[in-house]
Design a protein around this ligand. Structure first.
Ligand code: PMP
Length: 297
């Protein structure tokens, strides 16, 4: 933890309710409803070569998630898009991560929060280099999580609401303590669901199998990878996957804005050998998010 660079003590600008404010001044009060009651939604985006990949899909998901949590972001999707671009520009970033978050403010403190103002902030920071592709192809090791993705009748399961990440952090920490990189969660029925920060795919020959996202995020990366797979002639199968089936698959990988396409070497005792499907889709994904760089090669 020696190289921690706290997120509240950096140079740059954060877009905060319509204005770019100096990074260290983008503060909220401790009696913010979003902090106490998880009345908040966020996004995780990546810019490549200065362009935010699938920006409008992210802004739309943020706006839709807020409505599911019973609040309305006071900016249109087009305005949120522009605010994200402005944040990237203001910080002179090219390849970076972008984090919009919307939350209920501090005018009321209690379960009822009808009169709170709705805030929107957007930060962006340098992502640094990610693993070279050969390194990534070794695959990461996953633990089985104990907590499960909740029934949509219990929680707004298909949004990027902050509260849904409470169990993800617990599980990610448990996995890290045991020497794993990530954890795979089952859903409330005991079916394979997703990782703590990304969706999962399994392969069988030229077929890609992925759990039906009926109680977790149908990720933007997941949908992008399915399009790329179909272009390559792979068949995509969205279905119920039970944990006992894992031993029957060839390859396995996780996908998400941050994870991109990350091959998986094992889940608990089940091992996989990242091979041609992982490599093809990882390369295709990189070429899609960085069309300019790919064209220049
Ligand atoms: N599931 C969870 C729990 C996530 O945090 C993410 C990352 N946002 C995803 C799936 C993948 O979503 P996306 O591809 O849209 O980033």
């Amino acid at each position: 933890m020696a190289d921690l660079m706290p997120y509240d003590d950096r140079d740059g600008f954060i877009w905060f309710n319509g204005e770019l404010v100096p990074w260290r001044e983008a503060n909220v009060h401790v009696l913010s409803h979003g902090l106490h009651y998880a009345s908040a939604v966020f996004e995780g985006e990546r810019a490549y070569g200065g362009e935010i990949f699938k920006l409008t899909e992210h802004s739309q998901r943020l706006a839709d998630g807020a409505k599911t949590l019973d609040f309305e972001i006071p900016y249109t999707v087009a305005e949120i898009d522009e605010a994200c671009r402005e944040t990237v520009r203001a910080n002179n970033l090219v390849d970076c991560y972008v984090r919009p978050i919307a939350w209920r403010g501090s005018e009321m403190m209690g379960v009822s929060a009808q009169a709170t103002t709705i805030n929107l902030a957007i930060a962006a920071w340098d992502w640094g280099s990610y693993f070279p592709i050969e390194e990534r192809l070794k695959g990461i090791r996953l633990a089985w999580a104990k907590y499960r993705r909740p029934d949509p009748a219990t929680a707004p399961a298909r949004t990027k609401a902050t509260g849904l990440y409470m169990i993800c952090t617990i599980e990610k920490h448990r996995a890290e303590r045991e020497g794993y990189a990530e954890a795979l969660m089952l859903d409330w029925r005991g079916r394979v669901a997703e990782c703590t920060s990304g969706n999962i795919f399994f392969t069988k020959g030229a077929e890609l199998h992925s759990p039906t996202p009926d109680c977790f995020l149908d990720g933007i990366t997941r949908r992008t990878v399915m399009e790329l797979a179909e272009k390559r002639g792979y068949t995509c199968v969205d279905r119920v996957i039970m944990p006992e089936e894992l031993k029957d698959f060839d390859e396995c990988f996780m996908v998400g804005t941050a994870a991109e396409v990350t091959p998986i070497a094992s889940i608990g005792d089940t091992t996989f050998t990242p091979g041609v499907v992982c490599e093809t889709l990882l390369n295709d994904y990189v070429a899609t998010v960085r069309p300019k760089a790919a064209a220049a090669e």
